[in-house]
Design a protein. Structure first.
Lengths: 451, 453
C-alpha cells in the first residue's frame, strides 16, 4: 500500500485558504456520483460516469498481498500478479497485452502488503472487452509451465533492480524486516530469493484459487461509461463465477495480534550496502488504517517532513552546513498495523550514532514547538490542493474509491475521514506526537562503511 | 483477422478528434508594460485551482558554467531583499502553492500550481522572486554542498548513473554533452554574481505562459503587469551540430558489487534528421520499445526472460534530438541482451517484421490518442513542446491520420536511419567482470563512474 495520507486529506476549509463557507458540509464539496453494484457471489463494483473524453479507467482491487503469504512462498502474490498477464482460457497465451494495447489501451498492476491491483486505461468502446478479460483470468488463469519459468527469471531481475542493486530498496526492506520481525509484514513482498527459485506452479495455482474470486475483489470503473450497460455487463461476466469458499476463512485467520510490533527496546540495525553516504530510516509503531488516531499522525508527518518549510528540512538540510541531503517523514497505515517514520540521506562525514541521538532528542521537543495552529492550518491547506490533484483523472478517482472500498468496506468512508481530519486539533497532534516518540524506535541504515 | 484490425483502426478515427480540444485552446497576448506576454490558455473548471507554466526560451546551452541555469531556478526561493528562504517557504507552503521547474538545454519551464482564489498573493510573490532574488551566499554554500553530496552518492541509483554517463559519452564534443544539473567541478564556480546575471538574462528572454484553470484565472494578467518586470530583449542563437560519427567501443562503467548491468544504446540526432518526421519517429520508438507488446519487450522479456523492462525513445527538442534504448539484465546475460537489441534494430531496419505487428502498433497509438488530452497539465506540456519545435498544432489534430498513413517501408527506413549499429554509442554500467562477455560485441573500454560526476 502506498501512503494513504495524500488521498485522505481534504477539503476543509480553513481560515486563510478555503473558499467554502464554514457551515457547508465538507464531504459534500466533492461531488461523487457513484453507482454501487453488489453481486450475489459477493463481488462489489463501483461505476462513475465521467464522459468528458471517450476513455475510461478500470481498477481491480484483489484483497491479497504479501501478508497473506506463508514462509516458503514469499513473493507469491507478486509472482501471481505477473502471471495474470500471461493468458487464461478464452484469452490465451500472451494475448492479453496485445488485445489491450492493440485497442489503444495501457495496463499494469502492483502488489503491496495488503492488496494486488490491476488497472487498465482504455477507449470507451472497450469496456466489454476488458471485463471479459478480467472475468476470464479470474476464473481460468492459464499458468503455462513455460511462461511460469520465464516469468520467474523476470521477477528475479525485478528484484535485482529494485532491491539488490538499490541501496534505497535495501533500506526499506531492512526496515520492514526489523520493525515487523516475526509478523507477515516482515516478509518481503517481492519474495525471498530461495522461495522465488523454488515456488512451484501448483503452489501458485492453489494460492490463486483461494484468493482470486469475486468475493475478494472490488471493481471500479470511472470514465465514459453507460452505467446501465456497465452493470449489465458486469453481472453477465462475473455473476456466474463462484465465490471462493476459503477466502473469508483465510482473512479471518490473520488476527491483528499477529501483526503487533514489540517496541520494548530500541533496535539499531546496520547493513553494508553500496551507498557512499549513509541512508537511514527510523520508525515507530502506530495504528492500523482507519484508526481514529491515525489522522493526527498523518498531519504530524506533514508538519515534520512535507515542503520546504517543514521541520526536518529546516533543521538538517537548509542550513549553512547541511547534515543531510534529503529528509522525509510519513505515516504509513497498512490494513493490520501502522508506523510513523522519518528517513533520509546524510552528508558524508556525518556520523549515524550522533545523528540518531540528536534526532531522537529533538523529535519530542518538536511536539511542542512545531505543532502550532499555523502549521496545522498550513497542512490542511496543502491537503486540499493535493486532494484536487489526486482526483483530476479517471484513474485517480478510481484508485481513491477502490482504496476505501477495499480497506474499509465502503467507498463513502472518505466522508468520515474528512470529518475526522476536520476535527483534528493542535492538542490531538501534540498528544499523538508525544505518545509516538516515547516509544522505542527501529533505526536502520545502509552504508558502504558498515562492516 | 487483418481486415478486422484495419476496420477497427478506421472506425476509431471519427470517434474522437482532437479538434474540439484544440478549439478550446485560446491564444492571447497580455500587455505587461515592457513585454507582450504570449498566453496559451485552456479553460479547466473541474476544481478551483490553476496551473501556470512559464516557458523561457533559454536553457542550459547558455550556461557559462555547467549547472548555472539549474542553480538559478533551484535557488530562486533562497532569499530576496525582503525575505529569507524560510519565510518564502512558509509563504508558499501555507497557500499550498506548488512551485517547480525544469531546465533543458534549449529552454526552461517554471510552473506554479495553487488555488484560484490565491492568484494575487501567490503570483505577486512569484514576480517578487524573479525581480529580487538575492541568492544569499550562505544559502548558496549550503545548496552547493548538498548538490555535491548528492552527486557523489549517485551510485546508489545505477539507472540514474547510466543515464548521466550515456549523455556525456553519446553527446561528447557537442554543446549538449554537459548535464543540465552541472558537475562536481562546476559547482564551486557558480557564484552569486553569475546567478544574478543569469536570472537577469532569463527575465529578458522570450516567455510564453501556458495556463490552465477556470475563467477567473485570467485575472493573473493584472498581477503580472503590476508585479513582474519582464521583457523579451534577449535572442538566443541555436548551435549547429554535425551528425555523430561511428563508434568503435563499448563504455563499461564499473560500479562495485553489481549483479545486474544497466544498458544504454543510442545516439543523438541533428535537426535535419527529424524535422517533418516527428510522428513517424514517435511511432518507431513505440514500435521498438513502448509498451508490453513492443519488439524489445517481447524479445528480451517475454521470449527470453532476460529483463524486467526495456524501452525505446526518440526525444526531439528544436535543434537536436536523442534516440536510444534503456534496459538491464543480470551479469550473465547482459551481453546477450545487447546482441538482441542489435538484432532487433537490424530486423526492423530490413523490414523483417510482420504486418500484424505493424497494424497492431498503429491501432495502439491511434487508440491511445485521446489520453493525451485527459490531464490538463500534460496537455499543456504537449502544446509547449509543439510551440518550442515550431510545429503547427494542426499536426496534433492530424496525428491519427498521419499514423494511419504510415507504411511498413517507412518504418524500416526510419529505423535504418536512426539505429545503424555502427553509429550507436553503447554504455554499460555494471561490474567489470562483464568486460569479457561484452568484448564479443565490440572492444570494451572500462572507466570509473567518478570520472563522470
Amino acid at each position: 500500500m502506498k501512503f494513504l495520507l495524500p488521498l485522505l486529506l481534504t477539503p476543509f476549509l480553513l481560515n486563510g485558504c478555503a473558499s467554502l463557507k464554514k457551515e457547508q458540509n465538507l464531504a459534500d464539496s466533492i461531488k461523487l456520483d457513484v453507482e454501487e453494484l453488489k453481486l450475489a457471489n459477493g463481488m462489489t463494483a463501483l461505476i462513475v460516469n465521467q464522459p468528458k473524453l471517450p476513455i475510461f479507467s478500470l481498477y481491480f482491487f484483489y484483497k491479497v498481498g504479501g501478508k497473506n503469504e506463508t514462509p516458503g512462498i514469499t513473493g507469491a502474490s507478486h509472482f501471481l500478479e505477473h502471471m495474470m498477464f500471461k493468458g487464461a482460457k478464452k484469452f490465451g497465451k500472451n494475448s492479453i497485452d496485445f488485445i489491450i494495447e492493440g485497442s489503444g489501451g495501457s495496463t499494469n498492476a502492483y502488489t503491496t502488503n495488503d492488496s494486488t491491483v490491476y488497472y487498465e486505461n482504455l477507449p470507451a468502446k472497450e469496456l466489454g472487452m476488458i471485463l471479459d478479460i478480467e472475468a476470464d483470468r479470474m476464473e481460468n488463469l492459464g499458468l503455462d509451465p513455460d511462461d511460469f519459468n520465464k516469468e520467474r527469471a523476470v521477477v528475479l531481475e525485478e528484484r535485482k533492480m529494485r532491491y539488490e542493486n538499490s541501496p534505497r530498496g535495501q533500506l526499506y526492506q531492512l526496515l520492514m524486516q526489523n520493525l515487523f520481525a516475526g509478523t507477515p509484514y516482515g516478509r518481503p513482498v517481492i519474495g525471498e530469493i530461495p522461495d522465488l527459485k523454488s515456488v512451484t506452479r501448483e503452489q501458485i495455482h492453489t494460492y490463486f484459487k483461494r484468493f482470486y474470486a469475486p468475493n475478494n475483489v472490488t471493481l471500479v470503473v470511472v470514465g465514459d461509461v453507460n452505467s446501465t450497460a456497465a452493470r449489465k455487463m458486469i453481472e453477465e461476466k462475473f455473476g456466474r463465477i463462484p465465490a471462493s469458499p476459503s477466502v473469508n476463512e483465510a482473512h479471518a485467520s490473520l488476527k491483528d495480534a499477529d501483526f503487533a510490533v514489540s517496541s520494548t527496546v530500541s533496535k539499531v540495525v546496520a547493513q553494508k550496502g553500496e551507498s557512499p553516504s549513509p541512508l537511514f530510516m527510523m520508525a515507530y509503531p502506530t495504528y492500523k488504517a482507519g484508526h481514529p488516531k491515525g489522522y493526527a499522525l498523518d498531519i504530524l508527518s506533514s508538519i515534520l517532513g512535507a515542503g520546504k518549510s517543514s521541520t526536518l528540512l529546516n533543521e538538517y538540510i537548509l542550513i549553512p552546513k547541511p547534515i543531510a541531503t534529503s529528509m522525509y517523514a510519513a505515516h504509513q497505515q497498512l490494513e493490520k498495523a501502522g508506523f510513523f517514520f522519518i528517513g533520509g540521506e546524510l552528508v558524508r562525514g556525518v556520523g549515524l550514532d550522533g545523528f540518531r541521538a540528536d534526532v531522537s532528542r529533538k523529535l519530542t521537543a518538536w511536539c511542542d514547538s512545531e505543532v502550532t495552529p499555523r502549521n496545522l492550518q498550513k497542512i490542511k491547506n496543502n491537503y486540499l490542493v493535493d486532494l484536487y490533484g489526486g482526483l483530476d483523472t479517471n484513474a485517480g478517482l478510481a484508485q481513491f474509491l477502490g482504496d476505501r472500498q477495499m480497506l474499509f468496506g465502503d467507498w463513502r468512508h472518505y466522508k468520515k475521514e474528512l470529518e475526522l481530519y476536520e476535527k483534528v486539533t493542535v492538542k490531538d497532534v501534540k498528544d499523538l506526537c508525544l505518545e509516538t516518540f516515547a516509544k522505542n524506535p527501529t533505526f536502520v541504515s545502509v552504508w558502504n562503511q558498515h562492516k | 483477422m487483418m481486415q478486422l484490425l484495419f476496420l477497427s483502426l478506421f472506425a476509431f478515427v471519427p470517434a474522437f478528434a482532437g479538434t474540439s480540444f484544440l478549439d478550446a485552446v485560446e491564444r492571447q497576448s497580455w500587455d505587461l508594460g515592457k513585454e507582450k506576454l504570449e498566453v496559451v490558455w485552456i479553460e479547466d473548471d473541474k476544481f478551483p485551482k490553476f496551473t501556470a507554466s512559464f516557458y523561457f526560451q533559454d536553457g542550459a546551452l547558455n550556461d557559462s558554467v555547467p549547472g548555472l541555469t539549474q542553480f538559478t531556478f533551484d535557488q530562486l526561493t533562497s532569499g530576496t531583499g525582503q525575505e529569507t528562504q524560510r519565510e518564502l517557504a512558509e509563504f508558499f507552503d501555507f497557500y499550498g502553492a506548488n512551485l517547480r521547474h525544469t531546465v533543458t538545454h534549449e529552454y526552461s519551464v517554471f510552473t506554479v500550481q495553487a488555488l484560484t482564489k490565491d492568484i494575487a498573493p501567490v503570483m505577486g510573490k512569484v514576480c517578487q522572486l524573479f525581480k529580487d532574488a538575492q541568492y544569499p551566499q550562505n544559502e548558496l554554500d549550503s545548496h552547493t554542498s548538498r548538490a555535491k553530496s548528492h552527486l557523489k552518492n549517485l551510485v546508489t541509483s545505477h539507472a540514474a548513473l547510466a543515464d548521466r554517463i550515456f549523455r556525456k559519452v553519446s553527446l561528447s564534443g557537442t554543446p549538449y554533452a554537459e548535464p543540465v544539473e552541472g558537475t562536481l567541478a562546476s559547482y564551486d564556480k557558480i557564484t552569486r554574481k553569475l546567478l544574478r546575471e543569469r536570472l537577469g538574462a532569463l527575465n529578458r528572454t522570450k516567455k510564453v505562459l501556458y495556463l490552465a484553470g477556470p475563467r477567473d484565472v485570467k485575472e493573473m494578467q493584472k498581477v503580472l503587469a503590476a508585479e513582474c518586470e519582464w521583457n523579451n530583449e534577449v535572442k538566443v542563437n541555436p548551435p549547429v551540430l554535425r551528425k555523430p560519427e561511428a563508434q568503435s567501443t563499448i563504455y563499461l562503467v564499473h560500479v562495485p558489487q553489481a549483479n545486474q548491468a544497466q544498458i544504454r544504446i543510442g545516439r543523438y540526432l541533428i535537426k535535419d534528421e527529424f524535422i517533418g518526421k516527428y510522428d513517424q519517429y514517435q511511432f518507431m520508438s513505440t514500435f521498438l520499445g513502448g509498451g508490453f507488446t513492443s519488439k524489445l519487450v517481447q524479445e528480451l522479456r517475454v521470449k527470453r526472460g532476460l529483463t524486467y523492462s526495456a524501452g525505446a525513445y526518440v526525444s526531439m527538442q528544436r535543434d537536436y534530438g536523442r534516440a536510444g534504448i534503456l534496459t538491464f539484465s543480470k551479469n550473465e546475460t547482459a551481453a546477450d541482451a545487447v546482441g538482441i537489441v542489435r538484432d532487433v534494430f537490424a530486423d526492423v531496419a530490413s523490414g523483417k517484421f510482420l504486418e500484424k505487428e505493424f497494424v497492431h502498433q498503429k491501432n495502439h497509438q491511434i487508440g491511445a490518442y485521446a489520453f493525451g488530452f485527459e490531464e490538463t497539465g500534460a496537455f499543456l506540456g504537449q502544446l509547449m513542446l509543439y510551440d518550442h519545435q515550431n510545429r503547427d498544432l494542426a499536426e496534433l489534430v492530424r496525428f491519427p491520420e498521419t499514423i494511419g498513413r504510415l507504411t511498413m517501408p517507412e518504418l524500416a527506413r526510419a529505423t535504418m536511419e536512426t539505429f545503424p549499429w555502427e553509429r550507436q554509442t553503447i554504455v554499460i554500467v555494471g561490474d567489470q567482470e562483464l568486460q569479457k562477455s561484452l568484448s564479443r560485441i565490440r572492444p570494451v573500454r572500462v572507466v570509473g563512474y567518478e570520472d563522470f560526476l
